[in-house]
Design a protein around this ligand. Structure first.
Ligand SMILES: C[S@@+](CC[C@H](N)C(=O)[O-])C[C@H]1O[C@@H](n2cnc3c(N)ncnc32)[C@H](O)[C@@H]1O
Length: 218
């Protein structure tokens, strides 16, 4: 799918990267949970003392390791693991980041491992993401849910914003073409039928919405 305006070439949100860069990264070991093929970990590598990326998909971790080697990043390592089950303490993180991999279990584990003043920052799908398909992701967060969770975990929120882009189309064909890369996934999870119905009933939009948050342990 085409990059949304404002994204870096790796598909990362510039405001999110700015929030991270405001921290003394050169002194920190950062844990990237749900790292996938490591795009955030690799972007942070040159700026941080060390980065550990964890993902449960061994194939993604293999790719991430290859990309780190190709980039010559000796301070970035990747580990296969379940970030909703494992304790983060063995990674000794001084900051925890999560990019499109967010859950209550992750926030709870970040809260357990971080000391006072240390940062947990994440980008999560917002509940309005693809709202035209009538089905919010079970991994999505609205502002109220995110605030409640972070408060319960002992974080102070320093930044919380919704990045939202609503694409508007002139025709059904144009709207379908914009989602073509998602068609197979949406056919499998039932979203495609609902999106087509939305378009047949005159809808001509597709919403992308993400919650960008930086929180600090009290
Ligand atoms: C949408 S991808 C985002 C990947 C990466 N953070 C990025 O932005 O490119 C979500 C990732 O989270 C991983 N993931 C989801 N649940 C997980 C869990 N419980 N433990 C480890 N990884 C998990 C998936 O395997 C996937 O790689």
């Amino acid at each position: 799918m085409a990059l949304s305006p404002g994204e870096t070439s790796e598909g990362l949100s510039p405001p999110f990267l700015e929030l991270l860069r405001a921290e003394p990264l050169g002194q920190l070991t950062v844990l990237d949970v749900g790292t996938g093929t490591g795009r955030l970990a690799l972007a942070l590598g040159p700026l941080c003392r060390a980065v550990v990326g964890v993902d449960r998909e061994a194939r993604a971790i293999d790719d991430a390791r290859k990309r780190a080697a190709a980039a010559g990043l000796a301070n970035v390592r990747f580990v296969v693991g379940d970030v909703e089950v494992e304790d983060y303490a063995p990674f000794k993180p001084e900051m925890v980041v999560a990019h499109l991999c967010m859950s209550d279990a992750i926030a709870e584990r970040a809260a357990r491992v971080l000391g006072p003043g240390q940062v947990f920052a994440f980008v999560a799908f917002h509940t309005d993401q693809w709202k035209e398909t009538g089905r919010p992701s079970r991994f999505s967060y609205g502002e109220v849910r995110a605030k409640r969770l972070l408060k319960r975990c002992g974080f102070t929120i320093e930044h919380l914003e919704v990045e939202r882009e609503v694409a508007t189309f002139e025709s059904v064909e144009q709207a379908l073409a914009a989602a073509v890369a998602l068609r197979e996934q949406w056919k499998a999870d039932g979203r495609w039928v609902r999106y087509v119905k939305f378009l047949e009933e005159g809808g001509r939009t597709l919403t992308r919405a993400r919650l960008v948050v930086k929180a600090r342990k009290k």
